[in-house]
Design a protein around this ligand. Structure first.
Ligand SMILES: Cc1ncc(C[n+]2csc(CCOP(=O)(O)OP(=O)(O)O)c2C)c(N)n1
Length: 333
């Protein structure tokens, strides 16, 4: 995998990348700690270990750019600027949740920041992103659509149809495959001849790069090139970001780790913590001091505590909300 030769982002951006990754990690750890109480009535798919991907990509996006996401959506939502309080409230099924308590963690949405939605259908967001990019192109706008999906989604027919349309019509879409090598508990080696998902995009003549998904600076620089390409009207771009999910496919903790992971595999990836990696670099270059990191962590923890308090205090939707948003009404539109 070749590193990007583009210059490093300015120091302020580097600090912000660290803060954004720490914030996502903090939120995921808090969800994990609270989850066993069974008050959050939603499945959760934690993205611990993969934080560098949403953070490095979204740091290159404007608020009005579109993002589509999948079931492992918390990092995408937060990195695109989604409201933290509304996200946690959604997990507690509250009216104050970002989907009014109807969706749960796999159906997060915040149109105000271009987050068009996450979907539990594997590969489901890919054609939606192509549709959003088509709208942008037809309206003469320069908005870019980014879709995050896993390696398993690259095995869906809709993925190939979407890449074909995107290339044929030169649509401003960036496909971001988070290759964590697993589909639930099935390793990519058991499912595909090659681990190199990037090759599939090249078959459509879509420019594509492999990215170290544990190195946020690599993600940032390659995503910058991808987004600029799409925004300049040059068509789609594909990024295969390799990273590892530290936890179980779903839920909190990792009770199934021993049964399907290869011996020593998880330990090797744990050494490549994206947050620790950047933190070490920023300390070594004097971009942050230990006390800055401590202050950053304290502010994040306070924000997370406040978000959980807000979520737990919110009202549950009443019975009258049962059919709300299910049927289209001309009058309501
Ligand atoms: C169309 C479809 N097929 C199967 C499933 C069941 N399912 C849920 S998540 C998942 C694996 C997803 O793996 P991947 O896309 O690589 O993302 P990851 O969980 O690794 O982040 C599967 C098969 C589904 N939700 N939708």
């Amino acid at each position: 995998m070749r590193r990007s030769s583009a210059p490093k982002p300015p120091r302020t951006v580097q600090r912000e990348l660290l803060r954004a990754m720490k914030r996502i990690r903090g939120v995921e750890l808090a969800i994990e700690a609270e989850y066993p109480k069974d008050e959050m009535k939603t499945p959760v798919h934690l993205c611990i270990g993969q934080e560098a991907v949403p953070v490095g990509v979204c740091a290159n996006l404007r608020q009005d750019d579109y993002v589509l996401s999948n079931h492992r959506s918390h990092g995408h939502y937060l990195a695109k600027g989604g409201d933290l309080k509304a996200m946690i409230a959604e997990f507690y099924c509250r009216e104050t949740g970002c989907s009014r308590g109807h969706g749960g963690s796999m159906h997060l949405i915040d149109p105000a920041v271009g987050l068009l939605g996450s979907s539990s259908i594997v590969g489901g967001g890919v054609p939606l992103a192509v549709g959003a990019a088509l709208a942008s192109q037809r309206l003469g706008q320069d908005r870019v659509a980014v879709v995050f999906f896993g390696d398993a989604a690259s095995e869906e027919g809709a993925f190939y149809e979407s890449m074909n349309c995107a290339r044929l019509w030169k649509l401003p879409v960036v496909f971001v495959c988070e290759n964590n090598f697993y589909s639930v508990c099935s390793h990519i080696d058991a499912r595909q001849h090659t681990r190199e998902i990037v090759l599939r995009a090249r078959a459509f003549d879509i420019p594509a790069a492999q990215v170290d998904g544990t190195d946020v600076l690599d993600v940032y620089r390659k995503a910058a090139a991808a987004v600029a390409h799409a925004r300049r009207g040059k068509g789609p771009y594909f990024l295969e970001c390799q990273a590892y999910r530290w936890r179980a496919h779903s839920g909190a903790g990792d009770p199934d780790a021993e049964r399907y992971r290869k011996p020593g595999e998880a330990e090797r990836w744990l050494k490549r913590c994206p947050i620790r990696l950047l933190e070490k670099r920023l300390l070594a270059s004097g971009t942050v001091r230990p006390q800055d990191i401590q202050g950053m962590q304290e502010r994040i923890s306070a924000e997370i505590r406040e978000a959980f308090r807000f979520a737990q205090a919110g009202p549950l939707p009443g019975p009258e909300a049962l059919e709300r948003h299910l049927f289209f009404s001309e009058r309501a539109a």
